[in-house]
Every structure is written in structure tokens, then in C-alpha cells.
Design a protein around this ligand. Structure first.
Ligand SMILES: [Fe+2]
Length: 489
């Protein structure tokens, strides 16, 4: 069976520059200090920017897909104005097997899966997401796999994060709750149970686990967490079961079916799930979720960046356009809010912003699960095929729908940022936005630091730290404050 990430049957294979330019892997694990700084690195924040991404250990000899590379963690430590960069591969079981063999044993998403390895038909690269939980970095894979624990200071892989054997896989975008020290996780699968949800305590022990009843396999990418509830996603875009049984992998958007969201108390059983219906759509990433007491009772609010839904001339949803957009990994997103009323069972939804095309949202993580106002996103050009150039950053105001954006034109292409609160921060946006930028003109990577307050982001970076070698384009990032790290080190 040949499969792609989200293949739509009938569409041609397309070649993408997955190994060109700044998508090419780097071959060294390094530590850099005392780097050239343009501007001045603020001394009033501390902690670590962490970013995961694909970086093939062995030169791929197959039709390479941008998601195939082995996970590599890059960190940038900030300490009173001093900056230290570090990078290391995540030593997954698959990569270690390959190193033992001296060559690649798995190919990628565009090639047949390994039939001789039902336990690992694809290599779990742990290359997608990284979060900090109970003193360790947890590297995660978007297709659900064993997460890996990584030492935050040395980036040494400590081993599978199986939480004393309690779990064998979870999905990227499982979320730590900084208020409780818990890790809330979900997992999805093509076979039953199609989705699971659970809670790991700050003691790294499994605290809760439940199967989420679904009518078939689904393709959730993220989850949302409030103080008391978790929201799990059932979008009407999912694999065709009949095609799957016939040995083909095909994903279809069912425009005639609603989106469904499972709102479950944090430690609730399957019987406590409240299902809320919403307009058909598909979304990768959640901005945040929280609880709000409204005139009609408690509302669970979720904000995210779904794909823009295009209409046909007759006013119906253009399902094929959405399928193609996803297939070609084109960027076409809006900022959106859902409100689930726990008294009436009704969903209210609204567009927050559909002027800009932005995704990869991050927030000040102190506000994870609490009502917040700002989402910091990457700005994209429209169209293209697997467009790797992300030329701007935007600060969205969720209350007003307004925004402040920065782009240096085509001189800087950005990665997902992290939000670093200023020491003694007085407001949600009192801090810095930290990210890694690629400069195509100089062919180098730089660490950029923006003042995130009010409109200051539009002034551009307050400091640029020039890295001695490039950092390939990657996926997800997080910022771990010095205060959080001090609790565990
Ligand atoms: Fe993601």
C-alpha cells in the first residue's frame, strides 16, 4: 500500500523541494556561544526556546517527503543577555536501529511502508512537536508514536517517555498544563480504539485514560484544554474505510457532515463526554481554550486556525478545493472561535480574522487553558506547493480581531516562535517573541527577538543573533521559562 500524508486519490504526485535550500539537513551536533549580535539581547528574561523538526540522519535515497526526516531538537538558552545554541538528534528506536545497521532501514511517506515490520511500518521520527513536562523535554510525532524524553540542558535522549510502561504512543500536540504540571495527551489510530485521551501527572505517572468513541478513524491534529475540560476533535475529513480495505489510502472531506467536538471533563469517563456539532471544517492547530460564565451558563471557548472554507457558485462547500489545499500543503487559514454552551448544548461560532493568512499559533503559556487575548502566528503567502517561505509574524488580538504584523519582506523567513515573559511581567504580552529566521540573501540562520508589547512587534526584532551555521526549517517550538526549569533542575 502506497500512502502519502493526506493523499487525495486522483491527484498527481508532486515533487517538492524538500531537501533543497534550508530544508536540507545539517550533519552536526553543536554548541554555540558568544555569537555576533545585531542590536542588544534583552537581559530581563530567561529560559529556553526549543524547536523540533525533521533532519535526516542518512541521506534519503527515496522520494523524500518534507516530513520524513529524523527529529532534531534545537535549543536557544537565554540567561541575562547571554545566548547559547545547542542541537541534537532525538535518538528514536528507529534511528538507533539504522545507526546499528549503518544505513537507512525505512523510507518515507511517499514510498511503501515496511510490511516486515507491523510494529513500525513507518519510522517514528519524533520530529513534530516538543513540550516541557516534569523536568524533561518530550519529543512527539504527528502520526502518534512513542514519545521520547530528552534532557533539556544536554539534549541527550533519555529514552522512550512511556510513563512507567503506561502508554506506548501519543500524538504531537499533547499539551502540558503549566498550572498543574500535568501532561494531557491524545492518541489516534486507523484501528479501534480510534482515539484515546489521558492525563499524566507531574510525577510522570498515568493518572487517567479513556477511549473516545468515534464512528471510524479520524485525523485530529491537535487538542484543546481548559481548566476543567478537554476538547477533542472529530472533523469530517477522514480516511475512506472501503478504500482502505481495498489497500488504498484515501482521505475525503464530507461537506455534508458536521464537525464534532468532544468536551470531556479532565478526568471524565466516556459517558461524561458532551458532543457539540459545528460547521464542517478542518483544522490543524488550536490557539487556546478556556471557560467563561455567560448569560446562558458556562461556555467552553476554543480558538484556532482552521482552513478557510471556499464555496461553490451554488453556495455549497467546495470540498475538493479543501482536499487539494491539504494535499498540496498549501496555506489558507483563518482565525476562528467556537463557544460550546454547557447548559444549552448549542455551539456558537465566529470568524475572528479572515484578512490575514496565518497559522502556527502560540500564546503566552501562562495563559494555557485560561482566557487570553493574544495569539502570535506565522504569516504565509497564499498558494504555492509546500511553500517553505514564512515571511512574517503577526500578533492577533482575539478580542477586537485586530492585529500587528511584522515582515521584513523576503529577507527573513520564520519558524514557529515561542513567547518569553519578561521578568516580573505585568500583562499577557509583556515579554518577547523568540524565533529562528532564515536569511536567503546571506544564506544563514539568525535568532530573532521581538518586543511583544502593544504595537512594538511591528518595529522588527530588537536583537538578531547570527548563528555560525544554519538551522533547517522545522515544525513546532515552545518556550520554557527559567522559573519553570528551576522547579525541576
Ligand atoms: Fe502541528
Amino acid at each position: 500500500m502506497k500512502r502519502d500524508d493526506l493523499v487525495v486519490e486522483g491527484l498527481p504526485e508532486h515533487e517538492i523541494p524538500a531537501l533543497d535550500g534550508n530544508n536540507a539537513p545539517v550533519h552536526r551536533e553543536d554548541v554555540f556561544t558568544d555569537m555576533e549580535v545585531i542590536g542588544e539581547v534583552p537581559a530581563d528574561f530567561g529560559g529556553m526556546y526549543v524547536r523540533n523538526g525533521p533532519n535526516s540522519f542518512y541521506q534519503p535515497q527515496w522520494r523524500y517527503h518534507a516530513y520524513d526526516g529524523d527529529g532534531m531538537i534545537h535549543t536557544v538558552m537565554f540567561d541575562q543577555g547571554r545566548v547559547t545554541y545547542r542541537n541534537r538528534w532525538v535518538q528514536t528506536a528507529g534511528l538507533q536501529e539504522e545507526v546499528q545497521a549503518g544505513h537507512a532501514l525505512w523510507q518515507g511517506l511517499k514510498e511503501p511502508m515496511r510490511r516486515d515490520r507491523p510494529d513500525a511500518p513507518l519510522k517514528n521520527t519524533a520530529n513534530t512537536d516538543v513540550k516541557y513536562h516534569a523536568g524533561r523535554l518530550i519529543a512527539m510525532w504527528y502520526r502518534s508514536g512513542m514519545p521520547y524524553a530528552v534532557d533539556p540542558l544536554t539534549l541527550e535522549t533519555l529514552g522512550p517517555a512511556d510513563f512507567e510502561g503506561a502508554i506506548n504512543k501519543l500524538s504531537a500536540h499533547s499539551r502540558p498544563d503549566p498550572h498543574t504540571g500535568e501532561l494531557l495527551w491524545f492518541d489516534y489510530s486507523l484501528t479501534e480504539p480510534y482515539m484515546q485521551y489521558g492525563v499524566i501527572g507531574p510525577d510522570r505517572k498515568l493518572k487517567h485514560q479513556v477511549d473516545i468513541p468515534l464512528p471510524g478513524p479520524r485525523l485530529p491534529h491537535d487538542m484543546a484544554v481548559t481548566e476543567h475540560y478537554t476538547i477533542l476533535h472529530d472533523f469530517p475529513l477522514y480516511p475512506d474505510i472501503e478504500a482502505m480495505q481495498a489497500g488504498r489510502y484515501k482521505v475525503k472531506f464530507h461537506a455534508d457532515q458536521p464537525t464534532r467536538f468532544a468536551v470531556i471533563p479532565r478526568y471524565g469517563g466516556a459517558e461524561t463526554i458532551r458532543w457539540f456539532e459545528a460547521k464542517p471544517c478542518y483544522m490543524l492547530h488550536v490557539v487556546n481554550a478556556w471557560e467563561e460564565q455567560g448569560a446562558e451558563g458556562l461556555e467552553v471557548v476554543m480558538v484556532g486556525t482552521p482552513y478557510r472554507m471556499h464555496k461553490l457558485e451554488d453556495g455549497s462547500i467546495d470540498a475538493r478545493k479543501l482536499e487539494k489545499t491539504i494535499h498540496y500543503r498549501q496555506r489558507d487559514f483563518i482565525l476562528y472561535e467556537w463557544r460550546f454552551n454547557m447548559s444549552t448544548g448549542q455551539t456558537h461560532e465566529r470568524v475572528i480574522d479572515d484578512l490575514l493568512n496565518s497559522e502556527f499559533p502560540i500564546i503566552n503559556s501562562d495563559y494555557q487553558g485560561r482566557k487570553n487575548r493574544y495569539s502570535f502566528n506565522i504569516l504565509f503567502p497564499y498558494g504555492g506547493k509546500e511553500e517553505p517561505r514564512f515571511p512574517g509574524l503577526v500578533k492577533h488580538d482575539l478580542e477586537t480581531g485586530g492585529f500587528v504584523a511584522y515582515s521584513g519582506g523576503h529577507q527573513f523567513f520564520y519558524n514557529e516562535p515561542g513567547f518569553a515573559p519578561r521578568d516580573g511581567a505585568k500583562s499577557e504580552d509583556d515579554g518577547y517573541l523568540v524565533t529562528i529566521a532564515w536569511t536567503p540573501k546571506e544564506q544563514r540562520s539568525e535568532i530573532h527577538i521581538f518586543d511583544a508589547r502593544a504595537g512594538r512587534m511591528a518595529d522588527g526584532p530588537v536583537a538578531r543573533v547570527v548563528l555560525p551555521r544554519r538551522v533547517p526549517n522545522g515544525f513546532h517550538a515552545t518556550f520554557v521559562t527559567r522559573q519553570v526549569m528551576d522547579r525541576w533542575q
